[in-house]
Design a protein around this ligand. Structure first.
Ligand code: 4AD
Ligand code: MG
Length: 478
């Protein structure tokens, strides 16, 4: 169906067979003896070279073949005379689907800054860098589904619109059909949400976990993979207002099993990308090496493939929060007062602390467990000491937290106590609480931020560059 992709054409043995190719012009170059047009259709990082003879086409037609224009070419697939490609297309017929005026088409064949490309997110998939990222993103998404399918997990579709705050952090986008200019009021003067679409307050989900747990209490092993929304005002290179999260949830898994799964999962999907995205990863590795040339030696990064292979081949370091605090208290930056935020048992680790542990101290991915209950969500299982919970965060070099998860509190009384403690109205999650009344069981799960994974695998520096159309404060263009 449809024309052959350029990726497929490039793999054929040239025998002057007739071929049709369709795609967008990357460059056009004219020499005395020939006109060379490099065409790309996004199926691969590589262009195919199409060659015409001087005088074969009218000057007018050739003038409309510019960077960004879209062509249909029929011709013969032949062995290439030039270096740099094995095959090329000797053009018989050339048709221009759409021109791209060089005076206004913003993507010219030169290096554009990532900031500039973010302003033209409708066109940036046509660059080598972004097409490579999008293909890798696709491969990782496929690998995620394959991973869970291969291991007997069921893909559960959890709701996007909810009336509960799964993380209890309150950073939610409201969903309403009320007329903001004429808000209905109760007798007390509050907004009357009974008149809203759902007859109550509703929001975009921050996590599918609570519903995921309901699934695990019936199907044993489920996972979600969907968009999640957070209205946190974080203008960082690691936060998006709309991001995709993968949340496996497993009955009969304790914290240890949960850690084993998280580690194996990340390693397996990265291996899949290493195996199936070789050309794109090689391109991105080179791109990083080019960027690094301008930096002093000690600021240069490890080559991308070396970094990915290292993660796949080495065990993650596992330690408790309490042990991590001890390491931080004994660290040089703490003693020399170089940390911006103070260190002490009970603090929520800030990214400088996490980065010290991962990048300076252990120099590998780290899984931190058993955090103080006060800084973690209400649903995490209380440890026997009553002070810590069975939480686990997976921290990655250059990324920080890539996974957050825990064993869940499966005891009804203890869970209810926590719900009250953090000020959640039990009425809004009565259905969640009932799972602890009817056939409760030990269970665990975690959430992997998909964009943080793509960020790590592509070696990019900003999360806004690994999702096609990023959403962040003051930005919802495209
Ligand atoms: O640690 P978080 O908040 O955990 C949860 O939402 C749990 N319900 C997960 C679970 O146990 N099922 O988020 C999980 C992960 C983080 O580790 C991070 O990778 C990513 O989601 N994440 C974000 N990614 C991009 N932008 C944001 N604003 C993110 N917030 C969290
Ligand atoms: Mg977290």
């Amino acid at each position: 169906m449809g024309p052959l992709q350029i990726k497929e054409l490039l793999q054929q043995t040239p025998d002057a067979q007739s071929v049709t190719l369709k795609g967008w012009v990357r460059t056009k170059r004219e020499s005395k003896n020939a006109i060379f047009i490099a065409v790309n259709d996004g199926s691969t990082i590589h262009n195919i070279q199409a060659v015409a003879a001087p005088g074969q086409f009218s000057a007018e037609l050739l003038l409309s073949v510019t960077t960004g224009s879209c062509l249909k070419i029929t011709g013969q697939l032949v062995a290439s005379q030039g270096s740099g490609q094995v095959v090329e297309v000797k053009i018989d017929d050339l048709f221009v689907y759409g021109t791209a005026d060089p005076d206004s088409y913003p993507l010219q064949p030169k290096r554009h800054s990532l900031e500039f490309l973010r302003e033209i997110a409708h066109l940036r998939p046509r660059t080598n860098t972004f097409s490579a990222i999008l293909r890798i993103r696709h491969a990782l998404a496929f690998a995620v589904h394959k991973y869970y399918n291969d291991r007997g997990f069921f893909y559960l579709h959890t709701p996007i619109i909810t009336a509960s705050d799964a993380e209890g952090a309150g950073e939610m986008f409201r969903v309403t059909t009320l007329d903001l200019d004429k808000l209905p009021r109760t007798d007390e003067g509050a907004i009357n949400f009974k008149e809203d679409f759902f007859g109550r307050e509703a929001n975009l989900t921050v996590s599918g976990q609570l519903e995921g747990e309901l699934g695990a209490m019936a199907l044993s092993k489920i996972y979600t993979f969907g968009p999640t929304f957070r209205a946190e005002n974080s203008n960082t290179t690691r936060h998006l207002a709309e991001f995709w999260m993968i949340e496996p949830e497993m009955a009969f898994f304790e914290l240890e099993d949960n850690m084993d799964l998280a580690e194996d999962f990340i390693k397996t999907v990265i291996s899949y990308a290493l195996e199936n995205c070789k050309d794109d990863l090689a391109f991105l590795e080179n791109r990083l090496a080019e960027e690094d040339k301008n930096k002093p030696q000690n600021e240069r990064s490890i080559p991308l493939l070396e970094k990915l292979n290292f993660v796949v081949e080495n065990a993650f370091e596992r330690l408790t929060y309490t042990e991590a605090i001890d390491i931080l208290l004994k660290s040089k930056p703490h003693k020399e007062k170089k940390f911006q935020y103070p260190v002490g048992w009970g603090i929520d680790l800030s990214s400088e602390h996490e980065r010290y542990l991962v990048e300076k101290h252990f120099k590998k991915p780290v899984i931190l467990t058993n955090y103080p209950r006060e800084i973690k969500s209400f649903y995490m299982k209380l440890d026997d000491d009553g002070k810590t919970v069975r939480a686990m965060d997976v921290l990655f070099p250059g990324i920080g937290e890539i996974i957050g998860g825990s064993q869940r509190e499966d005891n009804y009384e203890k869970l209810l106590e926590r719900v009250h403690e953090v000020g959640i109205d039990p009425e809004t999650i009565w259905w969640y609480l009932e799972t602890r009344k009817f056939g409760t069981a030990p269970h665990s799960g975690f959430g992997l931020g998909f964009e943080r994974l793509v960020l790590f695998v592509t070696g990019m520096g900003n999360i806004r560059d690994v999702i096609p159309f990023p959403r962040y404060p003051k930005s919802a263009e495209f």
